[in-house]
Design a protein around this ligand. Structure first.
Ligand SMILES: Cc1ncc(COP(=O)(O)O)c(C=O)c1O
Length: 381
């Protein structure tokens, strides 16, 4: 194991106490008191109409795809540079996918390419805020201005507590998904949430969320018995995991402050060498407040990457690449409405390196990683 690992999920507050309380309370399934409390924190942070805690970000996206009643005549536009779930959730609902390129600064969806992809079959556009920096939402809105029928789904897996023009990430689409996977800023092992930003989706979403039944209406005393009403699945997060999550969310301020310090430490240490070595550091447009999910650099040349990563590994530092493009993957080709060109995605995917990033990474270790990265790039070049 590297002496500076890539990620360390940490206990930061009352997680163990809350998990113990949940396990002895008798309510460990979904929809219990910890889910209500964790959901309330997320609602307060994002202003969502409703927060449904799910078993993952993937299932949150699947629930949004179900709510859209997508079928084989529908297409969903998804950036090629993202995790499979951003596309898979819609493909398994039967829709076809149109892969869109990203723009080279924020690494979010490229509105100009999006404009060329829109046709009558497009029902939704998935936007991803890579690393917790908002994509060009103004550009996306401009392109969709005369297509109010096209739904924006925010995959905000990296975005919780980030902002765009002062608005919380997760509040910018009709639906937004969050992730609490062990690699994220806030963790509970595996977990996620679907944020509903339009009141009209709430009633049906509650039914699809709970195995197609109106059980939530029953619990709220709105019906005298619950029964099968619609499609759906078992999306709910166990209340024991919600207890874990609540322990994390209660420490949001300190978690975000620590991650910001790590991010700024890298940015400062690498600014000078980046210019000399042709490294591209993350770009944060003025209108964006990042969520500080990860720190990446773009090497000047794809061929350097294996050598740089190997040297870092020899120095005891774990680094990793990120998304392998979807448009030219086997799954992407299978589920695409038609082939599309995504050259920026391919280029970024081949040159990107992620540096160790976790709450307790010390400033000394940040400096060491930066120093070793610079040495590794020099050696590889
Ligand atoms: C952009 C994006 N969306 C979705 C996911 C899937 O999240 P989960 O593991 O919670 O399903 C990931 C995972 O890293 C991701 O990076």
């Amino acid at each position: 194991m590297a002496d500076i690992p890539f990620n360390v999920p940490e206990l930061v507050g009352r997680e163990l106490e809350y998990v113990g309380e949940s396990m002895t309370s008798g309510h460990t399934s979904s929809g219990g008191p910890f889910s209500a409390r964790a959901g309330a924190v997320l609602q307060e942070a994002t202003g969502a109409e409703e927060v449904l805690l799910t078993t993952s970000c993937t299932t949150a996206l699947e629930l949004s795809a179900m709510l859209l009643d997508l079928g084989p005549d529908d297409t969903v536009v998804v950036p090629s540079f993202t995790f499979t779930s951003s596309a898979l959730a819609f493909a398994r609902q039967g829709a076809k996918i149109l892969f869109c390129d990203i723009e080279p600064e924020t690494l979010g969806i490229d509105p100009d390419h999006l404009a060329t992809l829109l046709d009558d079959t497009v029902r939704a556009v998935v936007v991803v805020h890579y690393a917790g920096v908002a994509c060009d939402m103004a550009g996306v809105r401009r392109v969709l201005a005369d297509r109010p029928d096209v739904v924006v789904v925010e995959d905000a897996a990296h975005g919780l507590f980030g902002r765009y023009e002062g608005e919380p990430l997760g509040s910018l689409g009709r639906f937004a998904s969050l992730s609490f996977h062990e690699t994220k800023n806030f963790v509970c092992g595996e977990g996620g949430a679907l944020l509903l930003n339009d009141r009209k989706d709430v009633e049906r979403a509650r039914i699809l969320y709970d195995k197609g039944t109106d059980r939530q209406a029953f619990f709220l005393g709105q019906v005298d018995k619950y029964s099968w009403r619609d499609t759906g699945s078992s999306f709910g997060m166990s209340d024991t995991l919600a207890a874990y999550l609540l322990g994390q969310l209660e420490q949001a301020e300190s978690i975000q402050a620590r991650r910001r310090a790590v991010w700024e430490g890298y940015a400062e240490a690498l600014a000078g060498p980046a210019e000399q070595l042709g490294l591209r550091l993350p770009v944060v447009p003025d209108e964006c407040d990042p969520a500080y999910h990860l720190f990446h650099v773009l090497l000047p040349d794809a061929e350097l990457r294996p050598r740089v990563m190997a040297t870092m590994r020899e120095q005891g530092i774990a680094t990793t690449f990120h998304y392998v493009t979807l448009h030219d993957s086997a799954g992407g080709r299978r589920f695409a409405a038609r082939p599309t060109e995504c050259p920026v995605s391919s280029d970024v995917s081949s040159r990107l390196v992620r540096l160790p990033f976790f709450n307790s990474l010390s400033s000394g270790d940040v400096e060491r990683v930066a120093r070793e990265l610079v040495a590794a790039v020099r050696m590889a070049g």
